[in-house]
Design a binder for this molecule. Structure first.
Ligand code: FES
Length: 142
């Protein structure tokens, strides 16, 4: 796809974010911020039998940050958590079509993935500490 199409997709997700909001009584809720700008993302998940039944995000950030969060929710909703566990930094950058971002913008694009992975560490920490530790190790990539 051309850069223009990717730019349009990012703007569309930024202006019409998917799965934005909060979930009452979530199974997982997690918050983090981008230390470079202070922008913040909250993520809420409902999990049933290790499937993501619902996911919502909230927060403030730049277009790349919020578009990336919106796209990420679409990647994991109604999917097994095992799929979400495998989403990599490269998957996100490829998904938003920005593979040559500078380090500052990479943090914008990856904030939501970091939050999701932190949420998964929290979710697994009681149930399956080995899996929690593996996700934690992978998340240090960012
Ligand atoms: Fe803050 Fe992008 S400038 S997340």
């Amino acid at each position: 796809m051309s850069d223009d199409i990717y730019r349009e997709i990012i703007l569309d997700h930024y202006r019409n974010p998917r799965n934005k909001g909060k979930i009452e009584n979530p199974d997982v809720s997690i918050h983090d911020s981008n230390p470079l700008c202070g922008d913040e993302i909250d993520m809420f998940l409902k999990v049933d039998n290790d499937n993501v039944k619902d996911i919502k995000f909230d927060g403030k950030g730049c277009a790349i940050c919020l578009a990336s969060a919106s796209m990420l929710t679409e990647m994991v909703i109604n999917k097994p958590l095992t799929k979400a566990k495998e989403i990599s930094k490269e998957d996100i950058l490829e998904n938003i079509g920005l593979t040559n971002l500078g380090p500052t913008r990479i943090k914008c694009a990856l904030l939501s993935l970091k939050v999701l992975k932190m949420g998964m560490v929290k979710y697994y920490s009681d149930k399956d500490p080995d899996t929690a530790e593996k996700i934690q190790t992978d998340s240090k990539l960012y």
